[in-house]
Design a protein around this ligand. Structure first.
Ligand code: ATP
Length: 319
C-alpha cells in the first residue's frame, strides 16, 4: 500500500495579522490550522497520496474544525479521537525580526497530550507503509506511551518509521530533557529529517559538515536528511550521500516548508520504496521534496500554501 500515517498533534496557531511584532504589539490574530504531523498528512494528500492522521482533539469547536480540515483535504480522520474534558491545543506564533518563529502554547493539558494507547486505531496504523511522527507527543503521559506503542505496532506491521523531531524547546522542562527524550527514540527510525539548527541542538556543534551530521547517523537508518532552507538538503543513505540544491523562488513565509518537504518525500518513498537504495531515484525524490518545500514558502501559512503534484512538477520543469 501507499498509506502514510502521521501521528501526533494538530492545533490552532494564532498568527499576528502584521509581521515583525511581539504578541503584545500584535493588533489581531488570524487562526491557522497547524501541528507538524497534521501538516505532513495534508501535504501527502494534496499531492494525491493516501494519508491518515492519528491524534486527539478537544471535543470543542476548534477540534471539530480541525477534523473537518483534515477531511476536506482528503486525509482519513477515522483515527482521530475527541476528549470531552480537555481543549484543543492553541499556540500563538510570532515571527521575530530575525525571521525565526517564537511560540507561546496553551496546553494545560490539551487534548492531544491525553491520547492513550487504548485509544489508538490499530487498524489504521497497521495499514501504514510509512508511519511518521515528531517529538511533541513524547513530552507528556499518557500520549508518550501511546506514541511508543503506535511506533511498535507500525514497525511490527512492516511500516517504515519516519521521524522529524522538530523540537519546540518551550514545551520541555529543559534543553537537556528535550535532547535526551528526542534521542531516546532515535535508533528506532528508518528515516530521520532534521534542519540545520536541529543538528546544532542535538550535537552541540554548529556545523553541518559530514563528520558532524554523521554523529546522528545509526547503522539501522535508511535515510538521514538535513534540510538547509533555500540551500536545499543534504542526504545520507547507507551507500551514498550528497546535496540536492533547491529551487529559486520568492520566499514570503517559511511556515510549513519542512512539513511540505517531508510529506513530498514520503509520498515518493511509498510510491517507490527502492528509492531508498538507488541514488538516482533518491535524488529525484529529494528534488520533488525541495520543490514542494520551496513552493510552500511562497505564500503565508502552512496548509494553504501546500502544493499539488502538478504545481511541484511545473516548478521542477521551469527550473
Ligand atoms: P520549518 O521552518 O517548517 O520547521 P525546516 O527548518 O524543517 O522547516 P527548511 O530547511 O526551512 O525546513 O525548509 C525545508 C525545505 O524546503 C528545504 O530543504 C528546501 O528544499 C525548501 N525551502 C525552504 N526554504 C526555501 C527557499 N527560500 N528557497 C527554496 N527552497 C526552500
Amino acid at each position: 500500500g501507499e498509506l502514510v500515517v502521521s501521528f501526533g498533534e494538530m492545533l490552532v496557531d494564532f498568527v499576528p495579522t502584521v509581521a515583525g511584532v511581539s504578541l503584545a504589539e500584535a493588533p489581531a490574530f488570524l487562526k491557522a490550522p497547524g501541528g507538524a504531523p497534521a501538516n505532513v498528512s495534508i501535504a501527502v494528500a494534496r499531492l494525491g497520496g493516501e494519508a491518515a492522521f492519528v491524534g486527539k482533539l478537544g471535543d470543542d469547536e476548534f477540534g471539530r474544525m480541525l477534523a473537518a480540515i483534515l477531511r476536506d483535504n482528503g486525509v482519513d480522520d477515522g483515527a482521530v479521537v475527541f476528549d470531552a474534558g480537555a481543549r484543543t491545543a492553541l499556540a500563538f506564533v510570532t515571527l521575530r525580526a530575525d525571521g525565526e518563529r517564537e511560540f507561546m502554547f496553551y496546553r494545560n493539558p490539551s487534548a492531544d497530550m491525553l491520547l492513550t494507547a487504548d485509544e489508538l486505531n490499530v487498524d489504521v496504523i497497521k495499514r501504514a507503509a510509512v508511519f511518521h511522527y515528531g517529538s511533541i507527543s513524547l513530552i507528556a503521559e499518557p500520549c508518550r506511551s501511546a506514541h511508543l506503542r503506535a511506533m511498535e505496532i507500525a514497525k511490527e506491521a512492516g511500516a517504515l518509521l519516519s521521524y522529524d523531531p522538530n523540537p519546540r524547546e518551550a514545551l520541555w522542562s529543559s534543553r537537556e530533557e528535550a535532547r535526551t527524550k528526542i534521542l531516546s527514540i532515535w535508533d528506532q527510525a528508518d528515516i530521520v529529517k532534521v534542519s540545520e539548527s536541529e543538528v546544532e541542538f542535538l550535537t552541540g556543534i554548529d556545523s553541518v559538515e559530514d563528520d558532524v551530521v554523521m554523529k546522528l547517523w545509526r547503522p539501522t537508518f535508511k535515510l538521514l536528511l538535513v534540510t538547509l532552507g533555500g540551500q536545499g538538503c543534504k542526504y545520507y543513505a547507507r551507500d551514498f550521500r550528497g546535496v540536492v540544491p533547491s529551487y529559486k523562488i520568492q520566499q514570503v513565509d517559511t511556515t510549513g516548508a519542512g512539513d511540505a518537504f517531508v510529506g513530498a518525500l514520503l509520498r515518493k518513498i511509498v510510491q517507490d520504496p527502492s528509492s531508498l537504495q538507488n541514488q538516482e531515484k533518491l535524488v529525484e525524490a529529494i528534488k520533488f521534496a525541495n520543490a514542494c518545500g520551496a513552493i510552500t514558502t511562497t505564500k503565508k501559512g502552512a496548509i494553504p500554501s501546500l502544493p499539488t503534484e502538478i504545481e511541484v512538477l511545473q516548478l521542477m520543469e521551469s527550473a
